[in-house]
Design a protein around this ligand. Structure first.
Ligand code: FMN
Length: 251
């Protein structure tokens, strides 16, 4: 791969609290190591969802979000809550590539990852809304790599071993916010396979191979199309101004 300059890889590599025992990190980390080896200038911003503090998505934040759908008005408290959200989201949108290690929890994703998604998935920042056209993702030219693990569930296994709301949810969300190039690797057969170590080895190899599929997408400005500028903390428009892409009601 030609090293064409700095790209930032944003890594949710510790979406598991299991530290060195994390199976999903055992897939994501070799991917990141190979990625760095092939393109030394890549910056990896490791986001540890279990170590870093993140605010509750509480009443003021929910109220701030709903003003974009015509409910209530922004005041000092909700603006301050919104500024906090925008700062957290900026770190995400600054990245070109997203690397997620995602353990299955109760057939879905763990609550730390869900909390993060609930904080950053905001109108004008990650998605737009139009009453007729519906939702639209605002990210452009981004790629995602996702490393899924499970302890019981396996693709194709009987429903008595669970269902996959893990990859179905995360794939939906990634597409929802505008990420079109998504690749994943799974290591999910732990209790059902006769050779878990062999399966794990193969999954790690697939993770490393994924790097060769990395496509340097053309760098263009993020082009946020909502009510926000790219630089600096977001400032909501006065509620009286029309917001073409996020108007109407979601009720
Ligand atoms: C709270 C919790 C819930 C889990 N729920 C499921 C589940 O619904 N289905 C499943 O197959 N495995 C489940 N597992 C097992 C994990 O998905 C599995 O151990 C996986 O390898 C964990 O990834 P990690 O090592 O990166 O944390 C659960 C584990 C934990 C700790």
């Amino acid at each position: 791969m030609r090293d064409t300059g700095l790209r930032r890889s944003h890594c949710c590599s510790l979406a598991s609290p299991r530290g060195d025992n994390s199976q999903s990190s055992k897939l994501a980390n070799p991917y990141l190591a190979e990625r760095k080896a092939r393109q030394p200038s890549v910056q990896i911003d490791a986001l540890d969802l279990w170590q870093e503090d993140r605010p509750e998505f509480d009443g003021d934040k929910a109220a701030a979000k709903m003003t974009f759908f015509g409910l209530g008005e922004m005041n000092n408290e909700t603006q301050s809550a919104w500024d906090q959200i925008a700062t957290i989201t900026q770190r995400f949108t600054d990245a070109d590539e997203y690397v997620f290690s995602v353990p299955m929890w109760n057939c879905g994703v763990d609550y730390k990852l869900k909390q993060y998604i609930d904080i950053i998935t905001q109108p004008g920042l990650l998605f737009g809304f139009d009453p007729e056209a519906g939702y639209s993702g605002l990210l452009e030219n981004k790629v995602a790599r996702v490393f899924y693990t499970a302890g019981v569930y396996a693709p194709g296994a009987s429903a008595k071993y669970g269902s996959d709301y893990q990859s179905s949810y995360l794939s939906w969300w990634l597409e929802f916010i505008g990420i079109s190039e998504i690749r994943d690797v799974r290591f999910q057969p732990s209790l059902l396979t006769g050779d878990p170590l062999g399966d794990q080895k193969a999954a790690i190899e697939r993770s490393v191979e994924l790097v060769s599929q990395y496509r340097l997408l053309p760098r263009r400005p993020l082009g946020l199309r909502g009510s926000f500028t790219k630089s600096g903390p977001a400032v909501a428009r006065p509620m009286t101004e029309p917001r073409p892409r996020i108007a109407g009601s979601i009720a």
